[in-house]
Design a protein around this ligand. Structure first.
Ligand SMILES: Cc1cc2nc3c(=O)[nH]c(=O)nc-3n(C[C@H](O)[C@H](O)[C@H](O)COP(=O)(O)OP(=O)(O)OC[C@H]3O[C@@H](n4cnc5c(N)ncnc54)[C@H](O)[C@@H]3O)c2cc1C
Length: 507
């Protein structure tokens, strides 16, 4: 494949004029660093998806100029924030220019009166909350990738937060944002007009159109976010159970408690406990009779949380749970942002220590369907584990999924370990088929194939038109109108079909 840089030196000069010399990176290390994503990918194929250039803008105006230039020259553009997306959203499938927004990390305004903070898309939640702490407020978007994902990527994926039951998820917490459209115009989108307005009935709700678009409709350059009081206290309680069935009933009872301070409920299944016993040195092993664990956490004022915690403990025990103690409960919950190093040191079931890559397949599934989906997903995983010899089933989590009403549907995740160096052209189709079967089960049970990661890789992407039905035609029309030259993150979400292209770039 020829590279853009070799062909268009003049364009590189134009970019340097817009961004300055240090805002345009052409060297191999800078470009390869922006190819890395934490999703399994045959290592030998990385070279095919290296961007031709990386740009590091500082302002919306610079982004706009870059977009206009790319649109004129028909060069693919891919926004990249933290690069932690689990569905290859920021991977430049058709190469071109990666727009790395990390330098746009300013806190522009903290408004304690109307309770908002306005930031660039390149800041992460950890840094933002460090700054907000002294004002007694916080921005409560709390993914497991809290220290490494950035506000732009949270909007790009429409992220899910571990404490979303209490505070909401990214789409609930981002009040409005500024976005550069694929033709270079800079616009503001919200729930109507008004950068700090949370509810309006004017016009289309454009915020939601540009939430979770995976960089296919533009580049977010600023966002105005919700501030909440820093909670006076947090309370975490973990329970264990002799069976999945008992834990499932208890999860339902806890999630339906109606306690407003409840951040979320997380169910770990037996496969997950097996994996943690074997591979997570920080995990305090539970005895073999423990077949499932349920984690809960609450946030708020002491006046709210203390009585609610007593009630939560009662529900947990009365629904068959055994409390795991303060050390495990507080310790495990406190390490919720740190545990993902473990998958990088995985072992195969045989105990052999090999370089494993972690893949997380997520879906939204109604509570009533969880037991059936669990059985079917493990059966699929088991078949491919046996067939390929390079996969391992690392178990499932079930997290409450809705904001403020965390009882009806769940973010369901199955973690699969992949022996990275053995992933080859020969077994890649097996891996894709495994993913596709998992996603199909979600659809068969009335669910959605992804709760927060997006469906932009082979194995899920083909099912997007199936899940969206007639809505996919609307997606294609919107794409054609907003991005007539298909420059924004081409190859994602099957949107190339809007331009009569059905070339599979990702084999
Ligand atoms: C250890 C770990 C734990 C995780 N836990 C969670 C979790 O609890 N909840 C959750 O939701 N996710 C989780 N994820 C997935 C990931 O962190 C999220 O999807 C996150 O929102 C991605 O943010 P990012 O900044 O890394 O974005 P990137 O990966 O850089 O980008 C993600 C997508 O957004 C687009 N994008 C990036 N910046 C912009 C912009 N400025 N404008 C428009 N589009 C843009 C990209 O093109 C891409 O399509 C986890 C990932 C890891 C590695």
């Amino acid at each position: 494949m020829t590279t853009f840089v070799e062909i268009h030196d003049v364009v590189v000069d134009e970019l340097r004029a817009i961004l300055g010399d240090d805002g345009v990176l052409t060297d191999k290390a800078a470009r390869y660093n922006r190819t890395r994503v934490p999703a399994p990918f045959p290592v030998h194929r990385w070279a095919e998806y290296v961007p031709d250039l990386v740009v590091l803008p500082r302002t919306a105006e610079q982004v706009s100029e870059v977009v206009k230039l790319a649109n004129r020259e028909r060069i693919p553009l891919v926004p990249r924030a933290g690069g932690t997306g689990l569905n290859d959203g920021a991977l430049p499938l058709k190469r071109g220019i990666v727009v790395d927004v990390k330098r746009m990390d300013q806190i522009k305004e903290v408004d304690l009166v109307d309770r908002t903070v306005t930031v660039g898309p390149g800041i992460n939640m950890l840094k933002l909350n460090e700054e907000l702490r002294r004002h007694g407020v916080m921005y409560p978007d709390d993914p497991a990738s809290y220290p490494c994902s950035l506000v732009g990527g949270r909007i790009g994926t429409s992220g899910w937060s571990l404490i979303g039951g209490r505070y909401g998820h990214t789409r609930d917490l981002v009040i409005s944002f500024q976005i550069v459209l694929p033709t270079g115009e800079i616009i503001e989108v919200g729930d109507g007009g008004g950068r700090k307005i949370r509810k309006s009935s004017t016009g289309f709700q454009l915020k939601h159109l540009f939430m979770g678009h995976q960089g296919t409709l533009g580049i977010v350059t600023e966002a105005t976010l919700e501030l909440v009081p820093r909670p006076e206290t947090e309370f975490a309680a973990f329970f264990h159970y002799p069976s999945f069935a008992a834990a499932y009933e208890s999860t339902g009872a806890l999630a339906k408690s109606g306690l407003a301070t409840l951040g979320g409920v997380v169910l770990f299944d037996e496969w997950k406990l097996r994996y943690l016993r074997r591979d997570d040195e920080a995990y305090i092993p539970r005895p073999d009779h423990v077949k499932a664990v349920v984690a809960t956490a609450m946030y708020g004022t002491r006046d709210e949380v203390e009585p609610a915690a007593r009630r939560l403990m009662r529900i947990g025990r009365e629904s068959g749970g055994t409390y795991l103690g303060d050390e495990i409960s507080s310790g495990d919950w406190a390490s919720r942002h740190d545990r993902y190093a473990t998958p990088l040191h995985g072992r195969l079931r045989t105990g052999e220590v090999v370089p494993m890559s972690w893949h997380c397949e997520d879906a939204s599934i109604n509570y009533s369907q969880l037991p059936a989906v669990m059985e079917e997903w493990h059966a699929i995983a088991d078949r491919y584990v046996t067939r390929t010899g390079i996969l391992d089933d690392w178990g499932m989590f079930f997290y409450t999924n809705a904001a403020h009403k965390p009882w009806g549907d769940y973010l369901v995740e199955i973690d699969i370990g992949i022996w990275e160096q053995r992933l080859s052209d020969e077994n890649w189709p097996d891996w894709v088929a495994c993913k596709r079967e998992i996603a199909q089960v979600a659809l068969d049970h009335g669910g959605s194939i992804t709760a927060c990661h997006g469906a932009t890789r082979e194995g899920d992407a083909e099912l997007v038109p199936v899940e969206m039905g007639g809505g996919f035609d609307v997606m294609m029309k919107i794409k054609r109108v907003l991005d007539p030259n298909n420059i924004m993150n081409p190859g994602k979400y099957e949107l190339d079909r809007a331009f009569g292209l059905d070339e599979k770039v990702f084999r």
